[in-house]
Design a protein around this ligand. Structure first.
Ligand code: MN
Length: 235
């Protein structure tokens, strides 16, 4: 076996090792409950603020792992929980059996959080700022957009270790900033996340190393405020 054949064989064996348990868990033509969503833009679309290699690894490996591990955890779950869209599953985390709840928080939260994250970013533009009814609500609830950004950045920068900073809405449409540790989701608190920033080191370390503040500042350039506004309008 030459080196190329060996690498291909090894890669195939690795892929089989990952997928075989899922095939067994969800047999007889039943697809696994959750799938990795496609990125809505190219890996390099957010450069220079988030580099293509980080996006490729973050989406293809990290997010894929959350999806795979969630599907494994759900194998023993009641059928009605398997059928729930991911956001509904996180809202109803209290109904998830205790023996798999931590796995669903970690991996279901990871799936929900990253699915939102990809869709609230877009290629950078000058003068990027909140729009529409959401812009009005930010002024109403924070005093100004600048005050909101201060609170959001503080949430991102003071999160010790791995987690997320969020702009979220309660059921009445009131806005708040919060952070969550690890992959916990605001959905678990009855809130609707509108904008999320991943501050796990895997989200920025290749380009920014330990300079989280630079990554947090850069994020403002690539927020898709139209997408955030649509999320708010749907509440
Ligand atoms: Mn991440």
């Amino acid at each position: 076996m030459n080196r190329s054949t060996f690498l291909k064989t090894t890669a195939a064996a690795t892929a089989a090792a990952v997928t075989a348990p899922l095939d067994q868990l969800f047999a007889s033509g039943t697809a696994a409950p959750h799938q990795l969503p496609a990125l809505p833009y190219a890996f390099g679309a957010l450069e220079p603020w988030i580099d293509a290699r980080t996006m490729e690894i973050h989406h293809g490996r990290h997010h894929q792992a959350y999806v795979n591990n969630l599907n494994v955890a759900l194998a023993t779950a009641p059928e009605h929980l398997k059928a729930l869209p991911i956001d509904d599953l996180m809202r109803r985390i209290g109904e998830v059996p205790a023996d798999i709840r931590t796995a669903v928080i970690n991996n279901g939260g990871g799936h929900a959080n990253h699915t939102l994250f990809w869709t609230v970013m877009r290629p950078a533009r000058e003068g990027n700022a909140p729009v529409g009814r959401l812009a009005d609500a930010l002024t109403r609830d924070f005093g100004s957009a600048d005050t909101f950004f201060s609170a959001f950045d503080r949430a991102a920068l003071t999160m010790f270790g791995s987690g997320w900073a969020w702009l979220a809405s309660d059921a009445q449409g009131r806005l708040l900033v919060l952070s969550t540790p690890n992959q916990e989701s605001p959905l678990m608190q009855g809130l609707t996340p509108l904008l999320g920033l991943d501050v796990w080191e895997h989200a920025y370390y290749l380009h920014y190393q330990n300079r989280r503040a630079e990554y947090v500042t850069a994020f403002r350039r690539i927020i898709d405020w139209d997408a955030v506004e649509r999320r708010y309008a749907a509440i």
